[in-house]
Design a protein around this ligand. Structure first.
Ligand code: SIN
Ligand code: MN
Length: 264
């Protein structure tokens, strides 16, 4: 799958692209079942909210077959290779739940702000993909972007170790207000199977999930292989140290797994 010139321009301008229905219902079911499996595991990589609900399963592609395949899916990896202009490796992989009623906030931040400060990633030559495993609605804690904010570079940030179970470099209210007055706010919502690609410097957040419906999104954070991190302060399963270029799998890799699971 190649991005068109119009899509590339939109990405440069807005900092993100949204593709509804990139994965079929069958592929989504494989991922939803995989998420249930990983959240049931008692492992260091699986983080919970302060109330015990699952929040994030880091590095799930290293211990779950469906997530391993998603991590090399051509519908995700090929357009990122096109945008970043070359081979990419997996810097971070997370399966983020936002549990019904219990899923907590992700404060305003830029992912590259963390990758630069904590991991010494040289340049923002890295980006995120979000894959909707559940329907994402206005009510269940969607991602909210400030369009165009990636063009303003890395913003001042403070290290928030308290608001949630996960430490994050967060932006203060004045910074967010100024950026949003300029770029507005946008929350791409849609059915399970949708995909967002967004720039490492795009300012984003997500509100708590007050709804009775869960919201699982898988995030692949991909980095050009030449731009690999230089500092190894965080756990290997949070900021990976395997800089091997990802070889995209076949387009039907998840559908094939669904067939294997049915036959078993
Ligand atoms: C993130 O920004 O890294 C996660 C946000 C979310 O899952 O809502
Ligand atoms: Mn983020």
């Amino acid at each position: 799958m190649r991005l068109s010139d119009t899509e590339l321009q939109q990405y440069q301008q807005q900092g993100y692209l949204f593709f509804p229905n990139r994965f079929t219902a069958q592929e989504v079911t494989v991922l939803a079942n995989a998420a249930t499996e990983v959240y049931a595991l008692d492992r260091d990589e699986v983080w919970r909210e302060s109330n015990g609900a699952p929040r994030t399963a880091f590095a799930a592609h290293t211990y779950n077959e469906a997530f391993r395949r998603l991590a090399a899916h051509p519908r995700l990896i090929e357009p990122v290779m096109q945008i970043l202009d070359g081979p990419v490796y997996m810097h971070q992989y997370k399966v983020n739940a936002k549990a019904a009623f219990d899923g907590e906030v992700w404060q305003w931040h830029q992912d590259y702000g963390t990758w630069q400060r904590d991991d010494a990633m040289p340049e923002p030559r890295a980006m995120n993909i979000a894959v909707f495993v559940d329907d994402v609605t206005a009510a269940n804690g969607p991602l909210i972007f400030i369009p165009g904010s990636h063009r303003k570079g890395v913003q001042e940030a403070g290290h928030d170790l308290e608001s949630t179970s996960y430490p994050l470099w967060t932006l203060d209210r004045d910074t967010v207000t100024a950026l949003a007055q300029d770029g507005g706010l946008m929350a791409p919502i849609g059915d399970a199977g949708g995909v967002i690609m967004f720039h490492g410097n795009l300012v984003h957040a997500s509100p708590p999930n007050i709804s009775p419906f869960g919201r699982i999104i898988v995030y692949l954070s991909l980095c050009h292989v030449d731009n690999h991190i230089r500092r190894f302060k965080r756990a290997e399963w949070i900021a990976h140290r395997d800089f091997t270029a990802i070889e995209p799998l076949a387009d039907d890799c998840l559908a094939a797994l669904a067939r294997e699971q049915c036959a078993a």
